[in-house]
Design a binder for this molecule. Sequence first.
Ligand code: ARG
Length: 299
Amino acid sequence: MSSSPLVMMVDPMHYEVSYAINPWMTPGQWARDPDGCRQRAVDASLQLRDALVRAGCRIEWAPGSAGWPDMVFPANAAVVLDGRVMMARFRHPQRQGEEAPFLAIFESLRERGLIRQIERMPEGVFQEGAGDCIWDAARGWFWAGFGPRSSAASLDVLRDYFGRPVVPLGLASERCYHLDVCFLPLSGGEILYLPDALTPQARDELHRRVPASLLMPATEEDLRHFNINAVNVGRTIVMSRTTASLRERLEARGYALIEVDLSPFMMSGGGAYCMTLRLDRTSRQDPAAASPDQARAAA
Ligand code: ARG
């Protein structure tokens, strides 16, 4: 039996929405009631932690740093697989200062034996962590977004470092600025994704690799609720408050949902997935997850 997932979250004490580097961010709304917003964010973060624990996760609670409010989105800090860590390089100056405190966090994880190795992206190559490089446990490869944030050149670096295939998916719009906003591989091989968010080339790539029976096109409404930005553990999916229609679609595929009100973080353009970072992923095929072929046979 595999041990329970180990998930990093970052303490929201220094979280705020004080700038806008994606179209969802609303610093004006935050400024009208900063104390109330901060309090609701702390509550939401604790509720997400509880939901992840209910889903069977262990939580690694890391400190934030004053002045770097988006550290609450550790999915952007690094890509982690097999105990190896590729540190992110952020495109925007507003987030570049997160690199040093996150490096310190990963160094202490290494000292504790929770990870083995830390590497840095070459200078000038942007890559925003697991938010743009999503492990597909059912298939044994990464899906990697590029365009708005991560550079296309980051994909080769990731492939060489992790020794696993990295499938490029060009992102077509600023509102889906990270792949995790619009793309979610599930343990049974299904992919919940927003077709419009991908370039035509990326859509072709997806259709070549995934049978239609496993493709679950998401809606604009799913995007607006940040429901695609979800954490999947086995047959459980933790996500921001959703709609009856998406809940029914996922339940029909055998998934159980745990919903959390994450609106204070949606004000920054984030949801459940990007508020977390899996630290224990391995490239070994998860025996609990159906292979895509099994899933296809079952469909
Ligand atoms: N305000 C953050 C940014 O624009 C939100 C990041 C959310 N992360 C994600 N992987 N979707 O960078």
